[in-house]
Ligand binder design. Sequence first.
Ligand SMILES: Nc1ncnc2c1ncn2[C@@H]1O[C@H](COP(=O)(O)OP(=O)(O)OP(=O)(O)O)[C@@H](O)[C@H]1O
Ligand SMILES: [Mg+2]
Length: 387
Amino acid sequence: MAIFARDLSVRSYRNFERYDLALDEGVTVLVGRNAQGKTNLVEALQLLTAGQSFRKPSPAELVQTGEEGCSLSLRLEGDGRVLDHELVVASARRSFRRNGKKCTASGVRGALPSVLFCPDDLDMVKRSASVRRGALDSFGMQMSERYAQLVSAYERTVEQRNNLLKERFCTRDLLAAWNESIASTGASLLVHRLALLARIRAHFVRAYASIAPHEVADMAYQPSIGDLEHAGAATSADEAARAALRLEAQERFLACLEERADEELRRGLTLSGPHRDEILLTVDGRDARHFASQGQQRSLVLAWKVAEVEVTRDILGRPPLLLLDDVMSELDAHRREAFLGFIAGEVQTVITTTNLGYFSDEILSRAKVVRVGDGDDGVEGGVARET
Ligand SMILES: Nc1ncnc2c1ncn2[C@@H]1O[C@H](COP(=O)(O)OP(=O)(O)OP(=O)(O)O)[C@@H](O)[C@H]1O
Ligand SMILES: [Mg+2]
C-alpha cells in the first residue's frame, strides 16, 4: 500500500517566515514567479524524505536570514500509519525527529523515498563521473540502510587514507595497514552498486526505448579496479555467489593499491576504488559523454529517473514521491508527454513551474494547482487554479 506525503509546514525556513502546504495524493503543481520559493519547498520535501538535499546546504543556509533557527515538518500517511518527520535547525546544528523522537537522517530515510528531477540533472551525462556515482548512491541510500552505511564508511576511509598519504612520514608499510579496511568496505560498496545498477538498467533500457523507439540506450558500471569476472553475481539470490564476488573485488582492489602505492604517495591521493568508478551511458553503443546530442542526453536522464521510480516500486512495493523542479520547460512536448505518461496517476508528484502552459488540460484537470508567492503578474501561460 502506498504512503503519501500530506502536509508540509516550514517556519523561518529560507525565504519563508511560515508556509503550509497540503499535498494532493496525485499531482500538485506549484506555480509562481522566479525566486518565490518553489525550489525551496521542493528542497524541504527532499530533506524530510531523503534526509538530504541536492543543494547540500549547511544548516545555517536553511535558516531565514535574520532568524536564529528554523523548523520543517512533513506528515506522511498510509499503510494504516501516520508518520511525522521533522527537521530543526538550532544553534547552527540540524537535528531530525521522527514522531517527536530525535534521530539521525537515517531515521527519516526510506519510509517514503523521493526521486528528484531538477535542471542540475540535465547535464549529468556529460559531467564528471562523480555526478553519476552521486546519483546512484543518493538513490541507493534511500533504498537500503546498509547501502547508506557503506557509502559513509567508505567516504570516511578514503578521506582518512588521503590524509595519511599527504603526511611526510607516510610509507608503504603504514599504508598497508589501511588497505585491508578500505578494500573490504570498498568491495562491499561495489557489490551494492553493481546490484542496484543492474536493477536500474532493466527499466532504463525499456524507458529509453519508449521515449526514442529507434535507438538503444544502455548503461554499464566500470570499476576502476577493472571488470570483475563474477560481476553478474551481484544480483544473485545466492549469498555464496555474492560473497565470491565480494572477495574477488577485495583482492583486486588490494592488488591495485599495492601496484599504485608509489604513485599514491607521490600524489597524496587514493587512486583506485569505488570513488574513481564510472557509470557508462551509451546510445546505440556509443559513449553518451562524447556522442549524445542534447535531446539524447535529456532522454537518458529521463529514462534514469523513470527507472528510479520503478526500482523503488520493485524493492519497496510502493512508489516514491516524485519531485520535478522546473524541468517541464526543459523538455520538448514529446518527452514531457512520454514522462508524464509513465507516471500518470500512480505516483504522488510535486511539480514546480513558472508557466502552466507546459501542462496539458488533462493534467491540470486532475492536479492540485497552488500559487507560491505574490500576485499573478509574471505567471505566464494561464491563471493558476487554487483548489
Ligand atoms: N536562508 C535564506 N534566507 C532568506 N532567503 C533565502 C534563503 N535561502 C534562499 N533564499 C531566497 O529564496 C528565494 C527563492 O528561492 P527558490 O530557489 O526557491 O525560488 P524559485 O521559486 O524556485 O525560483 P525559480 O523559478 O527562479 O527557480 C531566493 O530569492 C533566495 O534568495
Ligand atoms: Mg526554482
